[in-house]
Design a protein around this ligand. Structure first.
Ligand code: ADP
Ligand code: MG
Length: 543
């Protein structure tokens, strides 16, 4: 296996770009996928998230493009607009030295910008299946010069119902082409797709990493057995983990803990050996889609599953040995991300803890339980940073008119003070727990998770009654503009200048990907509604 980028036979320009990105050596998937891709072979590559798959396909694409030829020579098809932007940036960073041009296209972005760029000519198009298909249909994107196709996060795309769009695109690409299929998991449906479209693909599988990541911080708390649940709750309140896996020793304990956390207001998914395969998939999907912030699991159930990187691994029960420990905490801190591993240890288990420390040659730091004042301070911090983010993102826009009205009667600072007070105390809407206000006293019990049904996603649309929007207009717009069946639309809450719509996950993804709908001649933006997790909730995990 090549251990340096220069052994891969790359051009000086690309080597320089790699150097500028600070990559010292190829990751395993890069070392194994780049040579066959450079040789023009089809590739099916499986490696977990965060292992460097993007550069593994971007580098060979960049090297194989003939910059003297016109027309789109490579397309990368992937599931979301975020990923489109991210991958296009990576292609640019690695390829601009060679003069490679790249264009991200995705739903929701105005067509005219994309059209101008497509007309001017680019070497690589990175986009979501729906939008690529649209352009191909309109003949604003011609694939007759395309000789390389990469399907990135193929498993996600199929889960989102993009199979037909992908087939449409592949059928439009000339027969003499190279296909790379990159995915964290290779379920049977992807095998079937590969059998249909790929020619004698080189198969590459990278086994799960088991080393403990150096950037994962490891902590432990001593707690009597009977106080474990309270201690865990306090840690969660303090850490506000955007995403966490909690490991228990037994199936019973997984059930009990998941229920206890649910009733304390954490949206929780649970997996263990007695839960059916289908049910496990559902639970896992809820966790991947951020509908559940916590996953409670036994070791056995979690083994071999593609669970996304999490911010926190919590050992509610200390594992039996160092191997299990390393395996568990490998779920966080992947490839450069920061992670925390926290272990609860009863007095009788301290010897086991030290034996694990010896075997991993890493000392865990003992922490004191955060006090209520610590928790309140942390929430205040999170609240202020959420506030800053909201100001910067302009998400408060729908309230602009309301504010203008109020400003006729009151000082802006007085309005802001009152709004903060209401947000903190849950006044007005009855939400939020206000525990960051005083810094003293027990935090109130957070409300149970918002009423979005399982399998449904709540969408936020920035148009409402004032724009003449009625529920039936929304249903119709989703059906005609995003191809979402009306039967998959649930509750619609219409307000003056915005609306919430509950929708089945598959449909919601389409709409979110599209990003805008036309309503009464105007454009309205659609995005996933921010879950109601209390005023102090920190930023959510980014996928
Ligand atoms: P994947 O697609 O497998 O989830 P990415 O391609 O998004 O992973 O890469 C994850 C992170 O690792 C990115 O921040 C990327 O810049 C970084 N990375 C990729 N290759 C290397 C490398 N050879 N050395 C160091 N960091 C890398
Ligand atoms: Mg990727």
């Amino acid at each position: 296996m090549p251990t340096t980028f220069s052994e891969l036979g790359l051009s000086a320009e690309v080597l320089e770009s790699i150097n500028a990105l600070g990559y010292e050596e190829p990751s395993p998937i890069q070392a194994l996928a780049i040579p066959p891709m450079m040789a023009g072979r089809d590739v099916v590559a499986q490696a977990q998230t965060g292992t460097g798959k993007t550069a593994a396909f971007a580098i060979p694409i960049i090297e194989r493009i003939n910059t003297r030829r016109a027309g789109v020579q490579a397309i990368v098809v992937l599931p979301t607009r975020e990923l489109a932007v991210q991958v296009a940036e990576a292609v640019h960073a690695l390829g601009h030295g060679r003069g490679i041009t790249v264009l991200p296209i995705y739903g929701g972005q105005p067509y005219d910008r994309q059209l101008r760029a497509l007309k001017a000519g680019v070497h690589v198009v990175v986009g979501t299946p729906g939008r690529i298909m649209d352009h191909v249909r309109r003949e604003t994107l011609r694939l007759d010069t395309t000789s390389m196709v990469v399907l990135d996060e193929a498993d996600e795309m199929l889960d989102m119902g993009f199979l037909e769009d992908i087939e449409f695109i592949l059928d439009k690409v000339p027969a003499e082409r190279q296909i790379g299929l990159f995915s964290a998991t290779i379920p049977a449906r992807i095998e079937a797709l590969a059998r249909r479209y790929l020619r004698e693909p080189e198969r590459i599988m990278i086994a799960q990493e088991t080393r403990t990541a150096p950037q994962t911080q490891q902590f432990w708390y001593e707690t009597p057995y009977r106080s474990k649940l309270d201690v865990l709750a306090r840690i969660l309140d303090f850490e506000q983990p955007p995403s966490a896996i909690i490991f228990c020793r037994t199936k019973r304990e997984v059930d009990t803990l998941a229920e206890a956390l649910q009733s304390r207001g954490y949206s929780t998914a649970a997996i263990h050996g007695d839960i059916s395969q289908a049910q496990r998939e559902l639970q896992l999907r809820a966790f991947r889609d951020n509908r559940a912030e916590i996953l409670v699991a036994t070791d056995v159930a979690a083994r071999g599953l593609d669970i996304p990187d999490v911010s926190h691994v919590i050992n509610y029960d200390i594992p039996d040995d160092a191997d299990a420990y390393v395996h568990r905490i490998g779920r966080t801190g992947r490839m450069g991300a920061k992670g925390e591993a926290i272990t609860l240890v009863t007095p009788r288990e301290t010897r086991l803890l030290h034996s694990i420390e010896q075997q991993t040659r890493k000392k865990m730091k003992q922490l004191k339980l955060p006090t209520q004042a610590d928790i309140a301070a942390r929430r205040r911090e999170a609240f202020v940073s959420a506030l800053r983010e909201t100001i910067e993102s302009g998400a408060g826009e729908p309230f602009g008119r309301l504010l203008e009205g109020l400003a006729q009667e009151h000082e802006p600072l007085a309005i802001a003070r009152a709004a903060l007070y209401l947000a903190a105390t849950g006044g007005g809407s009855g939400r939020g727990d206000g525990s960051f206000v005083g810094g003293e006293g027990e935090p109130a019990e957070p409300e149970p998770d918002s009423a979005v049904e399982a399998g449904m996603v709540r969408l936020f649309i920035d148009a409402g009654r004032k724009q003449g929007v009625r529920p039936q207009d929304l249903v119709e717009a989703f059906a005609t503009q995003a191809g979402v069946a009306p039967s998959t639309v649930g509750t619609i809450d219409l307000y003056d200048s915005f609306a919430f719509v509950d929708m089945r996950t598959a449909g919601a993804k389409k709409v979110i990907e599209q990003g805008v709908v036309r309503l009464h001649g105007g454009e309205a933006h659609v995005k996933k509604a921010v879950p109601r997790t209390g005023a102090g909730a920190g930023p959510r995990r980014k996928k």
